[in-house]
Design a protein around this ligand. Structure first.
Ligand code: ADP
Length: 162
């Protein structure tokens, strides 16, 4: 069974993330979408539980997707889950350098896992969670940026945080 891990902050999930998840689900038997917990990073807009719940809600129609969280090294999580691949989304060239460094580090730490780069659909190439938060905080319409089933809760969550 080919298991892929798709790690990220998902604060919150966007249509860009969902597009990568759907593509990955076609390539692998199982995709584990993993909210990575980084205790050193300042608290995000959504709690880890909220992020997981939002992801679960908009992936419930994809039977081979599971949602999890992890607070350690991705290479160790991959070993624990016996994963074949780590899926990363690429937007622009600007993502590449950092992702390339991460991929080589993960390969060093866990030679059994390959990093696979997947692009989102062309419509979502520019999209990030930060863009969603910025636009929403200034009262802009983010309905095209996030999945419809989580739109209201995302807007509420961002506005609550101020
Ligand atoms: P962000 O906060 O920038 O959206 P995350 O850490 O949540 O980033 O992203 C997790 C992964 O998803 C990363 O590999 C990131 O490059 C990828 N990703 C995020 N948005 C997109 C998008 N619009 N298109 C392609 N990949 C994306």
């Amino acid at each position: 069974m080919k298991i892929a891990i798709y790690p990220g902050s998902f604060d919150p999930i966007t249509n860009g993330h969902l597009s990568v998840i759907r593509r990955a689900a076609k390539l692998f038997d199982e995709v584990l979408v993993v909210v990575m917990i980084n205790h050193k990073k300042p608290v995000g807009c959504f709690s880890y539980e909220e992020r997981m719940e939002l992801i679960k809600r908009c992936t419930k129609d994809i039977p081979n997707v599971k949602v999890d969280y992890y607070a350690g090294l991705l290479a160790d999580y991959a070993r624990e889950k016996d994963a074949t691949a780590i899926v990363k989304g690429l937007r622009a060239v600007s993502d590449f350098e950092h992702e390339f460094q991460q991929a080589l580090t993960n390969k060093e730490l866990n030679p059994d896992v390959e990093t696979v780069f997947v692009t989102a659909g062309a419509d979502y190439m520019y999209l990030s969670s930060s863009i969603v938060k910025q636009v929403c905080q200034f009262g802009g319409d983010v309905s095209k940026f996030v999945p419809p089933e989580v739109y209201e809760d995302i807007v509420k969550g961002i506005k609550k945080k101020g």
